[in-house]
Design a protein around this ligand. Sequence first.
Ligand SMILES: Nc1ncnc2c1ncn2[C@@H]1O[C@H](COP(=O)(O)OP(=O)(O)OP(=O)(O)O)[C@@H](O)[C@H]1O
Length: 262
Amino acid sequence: MSHAAAFPTTPVGTSGPAVAARATGLSKVYGQGDTRVTALDSVSVEFRRAEFTAIMGPSGSGKSTLMHCMAGLDTISSGSTQIGDVELGSLGDRQLTRLRRDRIGFIFQAFNLLPTLTALENITLPMDIAGRKPDQQWLEMVVGTVGLSGRLSHRPSQLSGGQQQRVAVARALTAKPEIIFADEPTGNLDSRSGAELLGFLRESVQALQQTIVMVTHDPVAASYADRVIFLADGRIVDEMREPTADAVLDRMKRFDAKGRTS
Ligand SMILES: Nc1ncnc2c1ncn2[C@@H]1O[C@H](COP(=O)(O)OP(=O)(O)OP(=O)(O)O)[C@@H](O)[C@H]1O
């Protein structure tokens, strides 16, 4: 499918720095003593503007933790994280909340939709809170592409899991944030809807210079990205550019063969 010709609007801010987000020597330790877990072990990584990155790795390798720390949703134990030029550690709670609201889009597995709001109200909520008006043409384009046009006045409880996921995706894209963090965004979709969604994310990167970081277990989903970062035991152990599903699958099999301690 191709939306390139129909992408009508101005790109996501083109004036900012070339690196949309960066972690430097990022470590995250949970618990103490016997329950101490090093979820991230001195991770340094850059997410460049207008690049689509997939994060992969075995269960428990630190993928979600990396994304949560980068997005300012979790504290870090050492190192630093930046969104654009802003060092997250230098921000107070309110500044961090505002930065998340204004500059970051989220597509998480728990969709975090508000039950009393309609689908449309959920989609525009972050912009309403920020006092910004959605670009109507873009909103319609996003809603049409994720297949929600007939469902906008439904509340989340009246939508299927897959439809709720589409609302979460539309909410993230509508505000044109500087960077979108997505955790298994196609997890609840059938393969055709998943492919459409990934194609749309891909084109939002190409046509709008959107920056996307996506955690996934699915090699086919990862193949839509520009690069794949592989985590194991809280460290980046490999990186692949222009991934194909087969190449990603082969790389993942090497984790399985070695167990989790590669
Ligand atoms: N709140 C927490 N308290 C204690 N340990 C945690 C917490 N969150 C994550 N961990 C631990 O940190 C490690 C990394 O977890 P994380 O959820 O980042 O892995 P993941 O790669 O996203 O896994 P999955 O693919 O299963 O979702 C795991 O060992 C996990 O048990």
